[in-house]
Design a protein around this ligand. Structure first.
Ligand code: MLT
Length: 322
């Protein structure tokens, strides 16, 4: 009798799981952004979340959980229920944290289910508008001459702004005084206010400020100039070998029902063709990935290869968070 009962239970559980996935979502979904509101990751997340909510028929709510370069928010999702109602939208920091934090409380590869890539955003070196250097060449000379008298803002060890700053300081072989924030949203406020000198931040957080003349821009880390900022040279044109694309992905906790992952993958792919997303991304100097890249397989492949790539770079730089 027991085996039939047990079998019956297993069938019931399987059906309930399948039934849950079939009806998913039946309540609002939370997308954790591991940086402050108003920054580049938040900007990407809110555009994608709004488009996904239109497709899913449920609110997709962005929750900002800043701190420790994005690792606090990521760690929160790693241990969240794997019911499909808590997701993580994070960027290149998912691949740098495992090397930067030797006591990272999660494993990006085993504690998450990947859903898909979203976009890859170029970065720009920008300063407060009265900062003395006017060109990249002048900036390089100025940094070499003034080093730690210059304040460099970033969003914590593990953030894209910190990664870019680390690479920049390596390239000029000169340390600056770094100033951490919970996100590059508040950092940009201080750049515009003149409280801090320099930041390397994503075009999703610098394009309008550059066009409005609120900051002084020196270069963009893309291989070619951006149609949104045609006057801004690339870092390479300015004599600086520093090219970075800040890729973003969407994740669920490990063990999430594959049927729910598939539903979220389909919704993400649809969101990335939504005109509100494609238009705003273009205005901010970026574009959505293709449907073939907005897949669990593509995100897993990117995450895996990027962890190895940045491990070598970070170990060579000898920069660690702990
Ligand atoms: C943010 O959203 O605040 C940025 O992505 C932080 C960073 O990675 O520099």
């Amino acid at each position: 009798m027991k085996s039939i009962f047990a079998a019956g239970m297993l069938v019931t559980m399987a059906l309930s799981g399948t039934a849950l996935a079939q009806d998913y979502p039946t309540k609002p979904i939370t997308v954790v952004v591991p940086f402050s509101a108003g920054g580049p990751t938040d900007t990407v997340a809110r555009l994608v979340a709004e488009a996904m909510s239109q497709d899913l028929g449920q609110q997709v709510v962005v929750q900002n959980v800043g701190g420790a370069g994005g690792t606090l928010g990521a760690g929160q999702v790693a241990t969240a229920p794997n019911d499909g109602y808590t997701l993580l939208l994070h960027h290149i920091g998912m691949s740098t944290a495992p090397t930067l934090y030797r006591s990272l409380p999660y494993d990006p590869l085993t504690d998450f289910s990947t859903i898909g890539l979203i976009t890859s955003v170029p970065m720009t070196l920008v300063a407060r508008k009265d900062f003395e250097p006017n060109t990249m060449a002048e900036l390089l000379d100025y940094v070499k001459a003034n080093g730690e008298n210059i304040t460099y803002a970033h969003a914590g060890i593990g953030s894209a702004s910190q990664l870019c700053g680390m690479l920049f300081m390596e390239a000029v072989d000169t340390p600056m005084t770094t100033v951490p924030y919970q996100g590059s949203g508040p950092a940009m406020t201080d750049i515009i206010g003149g409280q801090v000198d320099l930041i390397c931040d994503q075009t999703t957080n610098t394009t309008s400020q550059i066009l409005a003349g609120e900051v002084k821009a020196y270069g963009v880390t893309s291989s070619t100039r951006l149609p949104t900022l045609p006057e801004l040279p690339t870092t390479r044109e300015g004599g600086l070998s520093l090219e970075i694309g800040v890729w973003h992905g969407l994740y669920a906790p490990a063990g999430t029902d594959p049927a729910i992952i598939a539903r979220l993958e389909a919704s993400l792919q649809k969101a990335l063709t939504n005109e509100s997303v494609t238009t705003r991304f273009a205005e901010l100097g970026t574009y959505p990935v293709t449907a073939a890249e907005a897949t669990p397989e593509a995100l897993t492949q990117t995450l895996t290869s990027q962890i190895e790539l940045w491990r070598a770079v970070i170990e060579a730089a000898g920069v660690y968070a702990d």
